[in-house]
Design a protein around this ligand. Sequence first.
Ligand SMILES: Cc1ncc(COP(=O)(O)O)c(C=O)c1O
Length: 392
Amino acid sequence: MVFEPPLYLDACATTPLTQAARLAMDQAQDLAWGNPSSLHGFGLAALESLERSRWLAAELLGTTPEAVHFCSGATESVHLALLGLAEAFARPARLVISAVEHPALNAAADQLRRRGWQVSTLPVDATGRVLLEPLQELLQPPTRLVSVIGAQSEVGTVQPMAAIASLCRAAGVLLHSDAVQLVPQQPLLFDASGIDLLTLTAHKLGGPRGIGALLVRPACLPLLKPVLGGGSQEQGLRSGTEAVVLAAGFAAALQQRVQWLASDQANALRQRRDVLLAALLAIPGLQLSGPDPAHQERLPHHISLTAQSATGQALSGRRLVRALWHQGVAASSGSACSSGAGDSAASPVLLAMGYEPAQAAAGLRFSLLPDTDAQQLRLLPAALQAAMAACC
Ligand SMILES: Cc1ncc(COP(=O)(O)O)c(C=O)c1O
């Protein structure tokens, strides 16, 4: 059996450009292609388009336009947040991050480490949820900054951001969150969230690749310093001629996604995910990894599993992904950024959750698009069983 057209179940990796984003970008490309810093009409048209995108993004995310700083994506945004804030402190202090961050955030933390900062890692439980007690203990000097991923991409864990924010607030410690996976799946109002800095990216929610944003609470703005020098765009925080066309696509995609989240369709997708999950868990050798959606917070479009053979041997997630693609199914092993080599590479996220190395190489993820329909999903369990048989 081969899915024709192929079945795309890798929304956590990226999403196709929506029609709304494409239209907005075409329009901006035609009418607002100038440089927003130019003083003539072409520049003014570009500036107007850029500020309209900023205003729309701010309104959709429950904040003010001054909080929204466009940049090239989440990788840049997390570096600006961590390295830019570190500049505010006269001497190196302590950064606390969770054990299940994206490699981009870990890389920014490593840079701080090389500058003399202490970096402490917050442990997670067996479902990938950060533990609040150790956080409480770490929220004392020299801790100045905490960064916690809003929702974990590999295992779908939605972190208790409200509780984390109130602990950080009470301790006077700044909080950044990589909300790349959270924003496309759950309504989020930045000003009410208690989070000081928030990272998001357009390509996970139907927008174009190459644009994201760092939201910054007004009180933190004077603390944040640019990482790159140049033309001082984006309130002096992010130099480089602004990507007006991409910003238009980002704002349009965000608008469509926020409207979708408020609709019955979002709930219907969650139900389709639950039906699929039940069918997959009926297959011998498959186990859920991450939170059980029946009891805990989990991204509503997300399924993560570990796989083993009938004899109890862990199956390589990467091999399963390739075997699924032979049948036209696009999934992810969830260990694209892994330690170890080749098909037996263990996922650092699963290791942090307490999995043995062999099991930590057996992760498999399906993440649904808003328009993935039940009919398409009906044949997935049989395809996965065939893939497992091929990998034994
Ligand atoms: C949680 C998370 N953070 C950061 C990134 C990096 O995003 P970008 O591709 O916009 O740099 C990703 C993308 O894979 C992600 O899933």
